[in-house]
Ligand binder design. Sequence first.
Ligand SMILES: Nc1ncnc2c1ncn2[C@@H]1O[C@H](COP(=O)(O)OP(=O)(O)O)[C@@H](O)[C@H]1O
Ligand SMILES: O=C(O)C1=C[C@@H](OP(=O)(O)O)[C@@H](O)[C@H](O)C1
Ligand SMILES: [Mg+2]
Length: 177
Amino acid sequence: MNLYFCGIIGSGKTAIGSRLAQRLEFEFCDLDREMDDRLGYSFHRLVQEQGWIAFRELEYSICKYFAAKQHAVVCLGGGTVRYEWNIDAIKGTGPIILLEASIDTLVERVSRADRPRVNPGVTIREDITKIWKNSYHKYLQAADFVYRTDEKSLLEEVDELEQIIRTHELFQGLLLS
Ligand SMILES: Nc1ncnc2c1ncn2[C@@H]1O[C@H](COP(=O)(O)OP(=O)(O)O)[C@@H](O)[C@H]1O
Ligand SMILES: O=C(O)C1=C[C@@H](OP(=O)(O)O)[C@@H](O)[C@H](O)C1
Ligand SMILES: [Mg+2]
């Protein structure tokens, strides 16, 4: 069984997931990183040169690959759960935690790094607001558990999530298997 993290870009999937994988002694998998490794260059270039469809195809193939793993903390891409086929691919292979933060927090975090826009020709704030308005229900629908990442420090969040995973019945199968 795996533990999955989903959430809009900048919600903290990679920052939290990588630390939790260490705590739980699980393999750490990150969709964006796997994509870069497979391509041999940044997925930003793939999006720039071939568009988002090429990204989505590779994303689906990586979801199927991750679903076959055991004992992995998997950070999905920020858009993965907006596409139902990805949810079908990972269904039954482990609980999904949705990480949430306010739009202001997401914008502030994403502005620090250069990441491609999903909606071309818009600002980071417009992009994130649009994703949130159009697709928030899909993120919520995919999730087994929801956790906010804009109220505490990163370390406090990792501590709290570790505690939740070790005690909440939703995650019991994860540590037993
Ligand atoms: N309380 C917090 N929780 C999660 N991330 C935080 C927090 N405070 C600051 N950050 C920073 O915000 C960024 C979150 O980005 P990242 O983990 O790459 O998100 P994602 O993988 O969901 O796009 C990281 O640089 C992280 O260090
Ligand atoms: O919303 C999206 O479709 C995406 C969000 C990004 O999120 P993360 O950087 O959080 O993975 C990244 O996966 C890619 O740019 C696609
Ligand atoms: Mg990430």
